[in-house]
Design a binder for this molecule. Structure first.
Ligand code: GTP
Ligand code: MG
Length: 198
């Protein structure tokens, strides 16, 4: 996790992504506003790296970040899904981009699927997990915004969530809990990513 990390660029089509040869990617997926971009900032320790917002629908492209001194590793911030108030044409474009990327990226080592600790797994999250299982893409569930709940509440949700995904073939058998705001769970997630990207 050598700093500093830099923004590469945003891509609105998978065809615009860099060639996969000799590279690895780790992606962050989840419903709009779940905290994907904030988590990338917390992991890299660079507050302004990924753009965040109170309003859902902030990230609208695949945004790639790489360590300044390494050309082969990318963190991928994704548009969110499930933002019902966005114009249908936009939602369709985001959903297509998310699907195309998640099921067709050979250098994608793992997808961290973020779930808001206040809301738990929703139907559209399960649809994404279905897609990842079908495409045999390894993923791990991460509960976010743990600071918004009591410690017992987040631990209970983590256990319930693990129970619900336990039999899924591509799921990592451990659910992580994080707070980008307070830093909880960030070291653990960083270690998990470091093990993946070598
Ligand atoms: P989209 O790009 O719109 O899909 O959203 P996103 O998933 O990238 O969420 P983003 O990181 O922009 O965060 C959304 C809101 O949640 C912002 O107001 C963040 O400050 C807030 N947020 C993110 N992580 C945390 C957290 O750990 N704790 C708290 N309390 N708020 C958080
Ligand atoms: Mg975002």
């Amino acid at each position: 996790f050598a700093r500093p990390w830099t923004f590469v660029r945003g891509m609105s089509r998978v065809d615009d992504l860099p060639p996969v040869a000799g590279t690895v990617e780790v992606a962050f997926a989840g419903r709009s506003n779940v905290g994907k971009s904030s988590l990338i900032n917390a992991l890299t320790g660079q507050g302004g790296l990924a753009r965040t917002s109170n309003t859902p629908g902030r990230t609208q492209e695949l945004n790639l970040f790489k360590p300044e001194r390494d050309s082969g590793v990318f963190l991928v911030d994704m548009p969110g899904y499930g933002y019902a108030e966005a114009p249908k044409e936009k939602v369709d474009v985001w959903n297509r981009l998310i699907r195309d990327y998640l099921r067709g990226r050979p250098n994608l080592r793992r997808v961290f699927v973020l779930i808001d600790g206040r809301h738990g797994l929703k139907k559209n999250d399960e649809e994404v997990l279905d897609l990842l299982d079908k495409a045999a893409v390894s993923y791990q569930v991460v509960l976010t915004k743990a600071d918004k709940l009591k410690p017992g509440g987040i631990a209970k949700l983590a256990a319930e969530t693990l129970e619900r995904i336990r039999k899924r073939p591509a799921a990592h058998p451990e659910v992580l809990t994080t707070s980008s705001e307070k830093g909880a769970g960030i070291d653990e997630l960083r270690a998990a990513i470091a093990a993946l990207i070598g």
